[in-house]
Write a protein that binds this ligand. Structure first.
Ligand code: NAD
Ligand code: ZN
Length: 360
């Protein structure tokens, strides 16, 4: 399957499928402007599981590999600096290529290295998580600062995304759950039929078939692509992709990163946002059904115990998307029709209280 992503600055193909990585070599050989050298950035876990088969299947042999720590630990200044040093030592030049091989963390890091090395060189995303169907497309790249996640970054679109679903087979269950929440998000903000299809089709995250995986990742990427195409630099509607994320980010940060995965926190955030939407915008929605489905798939549907409302609200106010003191919240008028609404602190506090009582 192929999806084309079109942005203001460029357009690029996303190849999705089992075995898709075999397309990489041809893509590189046929690139209009050729590459002088190639550096892969990957993490320890992905390298251990898949680097050998990457070499075999892609047919690509001449490249250097920088292996970084797995997970969020990849997105630090130190690791970023290490990658730059490695690139300089190995004499990467302005016509070199960076390949990101891993999940969203590696993708964000490698993309930021590519965006800043010699004022920007080209890069290719080879995602290995479900979550990365979201992060690999759209060109947002970043590392973390101790004072905030993704605070240091750039917009830098890849040359291509090559998404070989065979690599996903080793994903642990909680990572599958984390990524699948973003698939649900994409359906809710753009496509009611897709949402219905997901609910009917996916009954267990341990038993996703190749066909289902291909279908929902292709669809999810297409939806993400439509938002990116209309708003590359996130001035307007791209903010809708933040659905479920205002509370989601707050939960992640308060619980401590790694305690609750990104997607699991976003799932709780989406439930909260849907409740708000029903009350404030008259959204018609069967929230009980969604909650049951999420539970069946192993998601938590309430805010983890021990997180204080006041602190969650403080976090929500610190969100990059909030301007001044008021919180800009993505709600749904209908499934598939999001809206950006200003909500004041007091209202939010009241609803958080109700939300906690309802499901707690
Ligand atoms: P990740 O890269 O940390 O991967 C999660 C874990 O799974 C890691 O421990 C990793 O080593 C492991 N892993 C990866 N592929 C595997 C495989 N095939 N088999 C077994 N283990 C594997 O993170 P993620 O969940 O893919 O993405 C989260 C990151 O993405 C966050 O840093 C977030 O900020 C970022 N993100 C960016 C955007 C964007 O638009 N740029 C959007 C959403 C999220
Ligand atoms: Zn997200």
């Amino acid at each position: 399957q192929q999806v084309k992503i079109v942005t203001g600055t460029n357009s690029y193909p996303v190849y999705i499928g089992s075995g898709a990585i075999h397309l990489l070599n041809d893509f590189i050989q046929n690139a209009a402007d050729g590459f002088t050298s190639i550096m892969m950035i990957t993490d320890e876990t992905v390298a251990e599981h898949h680097l050998v088969s990457f070499r075999e299947t892609s047919g690509l042999d001449e490249f250097i590999v920088k292996t970084v720590p797995s997970g969020e630990k990849a997105k630090t200044f130190e690791v970023y600096y290490d990658c730059l040093s490695y690139a300089l030592e190995n004499k990467l030049d302005r016509k070199s290529l960076i390949i990101s091989f891993g999940g969203g963390a590696v993708g964000d890091l490698a993309g930021f290295v590519a965006a800043t090395y010699m004022r920007g060189i080209r890069f290719i995303q080879a995602p290995t998580t479900i979550l990365a169907h979201d992060s690999a497309v759209g060109g947002k790249v970043a590392v973390n600062h101790p004072l905030g996640k993704n605070m240091i970054g750039a917009f830098h679109q890849p040359e291509a995304v090559i998404y070989d679903l065979d690599f996903l087979k080793t994903l642990p269950a909680h990572e599958v759950r984390s990524g699948f929440a973003e698939v649900i998000k994409h359906s809710l903000i753009r496509d009611e039929n897709f949402y219905r299809w997901l609910k009917e089709e996916i009954h267990s995250l341990d038993a996703i078939t190749d066909y289902q995986m291909l279908e929902f990742l292709t669809k999810g990427i297409s939806i993400k692509g439509t938002f990116v195409a209309e708003d590359e630099k996130e001035k307007g509607i791209r903010a809708f992709l933040n659905f479920g994320h205002t509370l989601g980010h707050a939960i992640e940060a308060e619980a401590g990163y790694g305690k609750v995965t990104h997607g699991e926190a976003v799932a709780i955030g989406m439930l909260f946002a849907i409740g708000l939407s029903m009350d404030l915008l008259g959204l018609e929605f069967n929230i009980v059904e969604l909650k049951l489905w999420l539970k069946k798939l192993g998601y938590k549907t309430s805010i983890p115990k021990g997180l204080e409302r006041e602190r969650l609200i403080q976090r929500m106010k610190q969100d990059k998307k909030s301007v001044g003191g008021t919180i800009h919240y993505v709600l749904l008028e209908k499934v598939g029709k999001p809206a950006l609404i200003e909500i004041d602190e007091k209202t939010l506090m009241t609803y958080l209280e109700i939300f906690e009582k309802e499901v707690g």
